[in-house]
Design a protein around this ligand. Sequence first.
Ligand code: HEM
Length: 428
Amino acid sequence: MGFPIIGETFGYFKPHGFYELSPILKKKMLRYGPLFRTNILGVKTVVSTDMDVNMDILRHENKFFSLSYPDGLVKPLGKDSLFFKTGNIHKHIKHISMRLLGSENLKQKIIKDMDRVTQEHLSLKANQERFDVKDAVSSLIISHLTPKVISNLKPETQSKLMKNFNAFSFDWFRASYTLSALRGLYNTLWACREGMQLMKDIYARRKTSREKYDDFLETTLDELEKEGSLVNEDVIVSLIFTLCCITQDTTSKATCMALKFVSENPKVLAELKREHEAILASREDKEGGVTWEEYRHKMTFTNMVTSLLLSSKAMGAGYTIPAGWIVMVIPSVVHLDPEIYENPFEFNPWRWEGKELRSGSKTFMVFGAGIRQCAGSEFARLQISIFLHHLVTTYDFSLSKDCEVVRVPGALFPNGIYMNISKCSKVT
Ligand code: HEM
């Protein structure tokens, strides 16, 4: 159980190489097997790295286990966030979220502007100094998503809100031992406070005006006004803010990972180019961008690339025996188990050939599982695929030499991921 009070907290948050399992987990698993006891952040904890136990826990949330997240996560997002809701309310909020992030809305309302804005942002970066990929992808997501969420904002209100969405990051939580993490925490708390207040004002104004708009805010207002609605105004305001913030944070980080791995693997890059150039060659409307059909039916290899084993998520579930203990589920260990995945630390998109990757299973929990399955996985895949499409068909690119990834235990880029791009000679 480690030292009194702090237990083994530092061991779990100690940065370690991307291509290895956390040393403390490795040591514990060797000694005790896939289930063991510890003390993290002063909380008595049972850690589960066992795939069957993990799946069972995730499937039985609300029945045998109740979900909890560390306080550090609750604070910025607030108690009204969907992450902290359970039962029917959680189900209802998730359903509302899918009206923004589900396939139908992505296909009908999001993909076109996502494609256009991605092209515009890449074009602005061409021949400039090197740029931070995470910042660039975050801004382009916020630029095309914000008007879909709230369509009638004055330019100054919109840019203030976008600044708050952009400032949010989970990184501080992943690196809770450094000074820069404290700065990150301050920025995130500030962004949440200011952004949530701004959202409340926007919401109140829309409600009193009762003008109709074709956006997600309108969808949520309709939900709120339905008879017997399970959600209130605070939940809706928090939902909109949470979704916009985590969309930019998670997708931009996943794009960085994809670029790092692709640029280090010439065979993968060549295959990606081949797939995307074939899409361009067969596109009837040469001026049009990526279509939903292309994304779903002609990007088989790209889909395998975006199914990186990048999740190092840990989740907590309150367990009644022994009283007061929590069970921490760590699904990523399964992804790195050589008995399940051959050479698990090797970036090998071909390992997914012919596999179904859209729903989770006990050996594939990149996007979670059970009722907590990720709401934004399709959005993230679509955005990364569109980014890769334009990058590999239009630009030559190179990443800075010092692009490093560590696990703390989630993935973190200590020096950022910086890139240079220039138009390929054949398209200039
Ligand atoms: C590559 C990027 C992403 C990864 C690896 C990822 C991973 C995950 C995982 C593992 C979970 C389960 C968490 C748990 O059970 O506690 C989850 C849940 C969730 N994700 Fe993602 N996610 C990604 C992108 C996104 C995006 C773009 C959104 C958009 C808003 C999003 C929204 C959510 C939401 C709302 C939940 C909570 C679902 C619930 O509580 O029912 N995610 N994600």
